[in-house]
Design a binder for this molecule. Structure first.
Ligand code: HEC
Length: 214
């Protein structure tokens, strides 16, 4: 009796283990498959086939649809997300309309930053250290590591010629608007940073550069 039971148990175990084997196109037997296969959420389309995903369906939906069906008749465009109206501009985005060669006009722009001067400078310093320090140097003297180059194992590397010394006479009197414009659009050998740094942060850096120059 026990030996028959043992044989049956062994056969069952073999069967159970064999069903776990995955490989090639066969992902193996899955217990509770809807734990692995999340329902794809499609913002621009709706799945109108009521039987889509029947094989993973575990909930009984009131109208009998299957797991992947997601159509809603409240939205007239067969989409889950509505398209924003034409010419919509995301919040906090202010287009900068001055062309690169309008430095003189840009220089007259006044910084919109108001309030705690210490906080503005503190944040400007952090941002300067991220975006400018490596070229212009900690004090703005044009002696950052990228500008002077570093010597590794006797080989000079990372040389970027012509970085401006922001404390030099030529730059002493430039305005915050001027600096903002140069950060945004770049100038000469300096590449623009407008796409990397938000306008508010650019004004903070400009304020900090002015403080470095004093
Ligand atoms: C990859 C190196 C590099 C980085 C990074 C860089 N600069 Fe420059 N910057 C230069 C070079 C080179 C020049 C000189 C451009 C020229 O005259 O051709 C310059 C020039 C300037 C000038 C003088 C512009 C003028 O009126 O002639 C300002 C101001 C300035 N940079 C500010 C910044 C600030 C602020 C940052 C950080 C957001 C920054 N730069 C990041 C390389 C860099």
């Amino acid at each position: 009796m026990t030996s028959v039971l043992n044989k049956k148990l062994a056969a069952l175990t073999v069967l159970a283990l064999a069903s776990c084997k995955a490989g090639g196109d066969y992902q193996g037997m899955e217990y509770a498959p809807n734990m692995y296969h999340s329902v794809a959420y499609e913002p621009y389309t709706q799945i109108t086939d009521k039987d889509a995903g029947r094989w993973v369906t575990s909930i009984e939906y009131e109208d009998g649809h299957a797991e992947y069906y997601n159509s809603n008749n409240l939205n007239p465009h067969k989409m889950n997300m509505r398209m924003p109206p034409p010419h919509t501009v995301s919040r906090n985005y202010m287009p900068y309309r001055l062309p690169a060669d309008s430095l003189e006009v840009a220089a007259k722009k006044v910084s919109p930053l108001k309030g705690d001067e210490k906080a503005i400078l503190a944040e400007g310093k952090v941002l300067y250290e991220i975006y400018c320090d490596h070229c212009h140097g900690a004090k703005g003297e044009g002696d950052g590591k990228v500008a002077t180059g570093v010597t590794i194992d006797g080989v000079e590397r990372g040389f970027y010629a012509g970085v401006a010394n922001l404390k030099g006479d030529a730059y002493k009197n430039i305005t915050e608007g001027h600096i903002f414009h140069v950060i945004t659009m770049g100038k000469g050998l300096m590449m623009p940073h407008g796409s990397q740094i938000s306008p508010e942060d650019r004004w903070k850096i400009a304020r900090y550069v002015k403080s470095l120059q004093q």
